[in-house]
Design a protein around this ligand. Structure first.
Ligand SMILES: CC(C)(COP(=O)(O)OP(=O)(O)OC[C@H]1O[C@@H](n2cnc3c(N)ncnc32)[C@H](O)[C@@H]1OP(=O)(O)O)[C@@H](O)C(=O)NCCC(=O)NCCS
Length: 199
């Protein structure tokens, strides 16, 4: 993680006076993260198709990140989840990541925090050897990080989704080539007692 934080600091160098940092999420952040998401995404956030991938799972190792203000409070969040992104004509099941939700507290929007979270997440996913990231979101925002709808064109979310908002980014060249089919969750499951508490 230290490597990621150094990289993010380097990326932020032109605006080094900004008082936030990207950090790994810890258990003490969960309540603040959930509150932030409720406000940022609204009550419908749990009905999204992406939620079906995330429900009852834990994020991919090392890929639950938060942005903190100078006092350490959570002001941004992003998580990535292990998935299978279809299968190739040669029968290769394609492991990948699903990113989301990404959110920044409204009073801190426009300061580069969302971008810093995205860059840190992409760097850390690449460092950990992942081949590709998929997400459902606004292309005009995510294209700046290299995402495109072409990379997800032959893949399908497990439920209603808008095709033009389903985007992919290859971390290894050609990783998604020929991959077709429905996205299915592949991440580690939450312990049953935790699932009940979270429900
Ligand atoms: C989207 C979000 C994460 C961006 O966070 P942020 O910290 O404000 O982002 P940054 O400061 O890194 O980038 C701001 C830039 O992104 C642009 N931007 C923000 N949301 C955008 C969107 N949905 N589509 C296109 N551009 C967008 C801003 O206009 C701004 O552009 P500029 O740099 O040209 O001024 C934040 O606005 C948010 O939490 N929104 C509510 C939750 C949400 O919608 N999340 C999913 C996004 S699809």
């Amino acid at each position: 993680m230290a490597a990621v934080l150094d990289s993010v600091r380097a990326l932020l160098a032109p605006k080094a006076d900004m008082a936030f940092l990207i950090d790994r999420e810890n258990p003490g952040d969960v309540v603040a993260r959930e509150r932030l998401l409720d406000v940022a995404m609204g009550p419908g956030r749990r009905r999204k198709s992406s939620e079906a991938i995330r429900r009852g799972r834990i994020p991919a190792e090392g890929l639950a990140l938060v942005a903190r203000d100078a006092a350490g409070h959570v002001i941004g969040t992003v998580r990535l989840w292990a998935i299978q992104a279809g299968i190739t004509p040669k029968g290769r099941i394609v492991p990948a990541l699903l990113l989301g939700p990404l959110a920044v507290a409204s009073e801190h929007e426009g300061k580069g925090i969302g971008g810093a979270l995205m860059r840190a997440a992409i760097l850390e996913a690449r460092r950990r050897g992942h081949g590709a990231i998929l997400l459902v979101g606004d292309a005009p925002y995510y294209e700046r990080f290299g995402f495109s709808s072409e990379k997800a064109a032959t893949l399908v979310m497990p439920g209603p989704f808008e095709r033009h908002r389903f985007l992919g980014l290859e971390l290894r060249e050609g990783w998604l080539e020929g991959a077709a089919g429905i996205i299915v969750p592949a991440g580690r499951k939450l312990a049953a007692s935790t699932t009940r508490k979270a429900a």
